[in-house]
Design a protein around this ligand. Structure first.
Ligand SMILES: *Cc1c(COP(=O)(O)O)cnc(C)c1O
Length: 501
């Protein structure tokens, strides 16, 4: 029978409004549920223990208490609102979630064991040590960003990379902006606003993340003139579309898709010849912008920046953080007269990149100039692309030996690494995957739960799940992350088993 307003004594300094309501509610089901909740201190201890299991550095005691307190308060609210009492493991998950929200940066490093070398969601190209050192030194103080030490006067932020880009690609001139989407928008705005731009229907692509060629063109103020069909376009189609109002011909790398079968398109060199005959520039959105010939590793031959220039393209735009292996940037190379118009356009100021980008880009370009072999070794994406299969097999075998010694069932299986980042769609490199549990054995470890633990751990790890196994690709894991990865898999495996117990 519910007690009504029973007078009660209060211990000085203890609870509270909540306590009173609790007392008034008497022996109601919600009262029982509230009494069943652990104390803040118990929750704090469980949280600390769980963090130790996850291998997470313990945050400040204040953060632990705050998260535990907020978790219990939230559980009480839920119960008082008529909701079900959370289970022990739900409470812990809540507390952990709150702690993550409070304490950990949202933008954090992860180990990419998922096997796509360039992934826009995971930050595309990791930088070389040389680029990282340069960022640290430039970020730590003042710099020559727009200052010429020789004259003691104002300099240009383009001066740091212009010479390197020209030397590497053979272009007359070069500009760097925030990303390739900005490079395209700026180039089209500067060279074609108010006029017509001719593009093949097969190249009116969407790259992803909202970059659609027709939309960028519209935003630049240029008018799109489509030629050909989805699968076939001839030189005559371009020639017939040229009018007195045509500003330029645009050629777009189809990036992340491929048209196969009954297809036709003029060679870039023929297109350049046509454009120049009619006094028009040919602009190429190259997308990835490789300096190396990807066919050396059994991949499709991706057009290089030099290919575009050799074909007679007047302005070529590409990304800094795709196959170039540098920071996010949009790089524009080509004829001086055209690049001067682009640099003078008012949008240039809105598109320019910051000092940290330039700090990373300059040494990345310098690495290529220092020699191809050095670039393959120092630039993480090229190290990944050029890693021999035997090396990857040896690493995967080492992983499973260490996992096996800790009681984690795993095996090495053959697999494929994707290039990603809108380059070489469908092309993969052979790799050796560490797969757990071995042979699809059902050991009570659900790979989806295992990979969730790995994502939430520290370091966070992303992996793939296929056919009942979690898959880890050494090609996308930096060799110095091997020990962290194996230790994390062991912790996650144990946590999954402990949860089931
Ligand atoms: C990736 C890509 C872009 C966009 O480049 P961002 O550097 O991501 O802005 C534009 N065009 C093509 C063909 C691409 O592949």
């Amino acid at each position: 029978m519910p007690q009504q307003k029973t007078p009660r004594t209060r211990t000085p300094g203890s609870e509270s409004e909540d306590g009173q309501r609790l007392e008034i509610a008497g022996a109601s089901p919600s009262n029982q549920a509230l009494r069943g909740l652990p104390s803040v201190e118990e929750t704090r201890q469980q949280l600390a223990a769980r963090l130790r299991d996850l291998g997470v550095e313990t945050p400040s005691p204040a953060a632990l208490i705050a998260s535990a307190r907020a978790t219990i308060a939230h559980a009480r609210e839920t119960i008082l609102a008529g909701g079900a009492a959370p289970t022990q493991s739900e409470l812990l998950a809540d507390a952990l979630g709150l702690l993550y929200k409070r304490e950990r940066p949202r933008l954090r490093p992860i180990i990419n064991a998922a096997g796509a070398i360039l992934n826009t969601n995971l930050g595309r190209a990791p930088l070389s040590q040389r680029a990282i050192d340069s960022i640290v030194s430039i970020a730590s103080g003042y710099s020559t960003l727009e200052f010429d030490l020789d004259s003691g006067e104002r300099g240009s932020r383009q001066s740091h990379t212009r010479g390197l880009l020209c030397e590497l690609t053979g272009a007359e001139d070069a500009l760097v902006v925030n990303n390739n989407a900005a490079a395209m928008l700026l180039t089209l705005a500067a060279l074609a606003a108010g006029h017509e731009v001719i593009v093949s229907r097969g190249e009116l692509v969407e790259i992803g993340g909202g970059f659609r060629v027709p939309d960028i063109l519209a935003q630049s103020g240029a008018r799109l003139v489509e030629v050909g069909t989805t699968n076939r376009v001839r030189l005559a189609d371009y020639a017939d579309a040229i009018t007195s109002n045509t500003a330029l011909i645009l050629s777009v790398h189809p990036s992340n898709f491929r048209i196969i079968g009954f297809t036709e398109a003029p060679q870039l060199a023929s297109l350049a010849a046509l454009a120049h005959e009619r006094d028009l520039p040919l602009i190429r959105d190259l997308g990835s912008g490789a300096l190396f010939d990807t066919s050396a590793w059994g991949l499709t031959r991706e057009d290089t920046i030099m290919d575009a220039l050799r074909a007679g393209v007047d302005v070529t735009c590409f990304s800094g953080d795709k196959l170039l292996g540098g920071p996010q940037a949009g790089i524009i190379v080509g004829k001086c007269a055209l690049l001067e118009r682009i640099e003078r356009h008012p949008l240039m100021r809105a598109m320019r990149c910051d000092k940290l980008t330039l700090a990373a880009l300059e040494p990345t370009l310098q690495t290529y100039l220092d020699g191809g072999a050095l670039a393959l070794e120092e630039l993480p994406i090229w190290r990944a692309i050029s890693a021999p299969l035997e090396t990857l097999q040896a690493r995967a075998r080492r992983w499973i030996t260490e996992l096996g010694a800790a009681g984690v069932s795993a095996e090495v299986i053959a697999g494929e690494t994707a290039i990603g980042g809108g380059s070489l769609p469908g092309d993969t490199l052979p790799t050796a995957l560490c797969a757990t549990p071995a042979n699809g054995a059902n050991l009570g470890v659900d790979p989806a739960i295992l990979t969730r633990h790995l994502r939430l751990g520290d370091p966070a790890i992303v992996a793939r799940v296929a056919r009942g196994q979690a898959l880890f690709d050494p090609r996308t894991v930096a060799p110095d992350q091997d020990a962290d990865l194996v230790a994390a898999i062991i912790r996650a495996w144990r946590a999954v088993l402990a949860e089931r117990a």
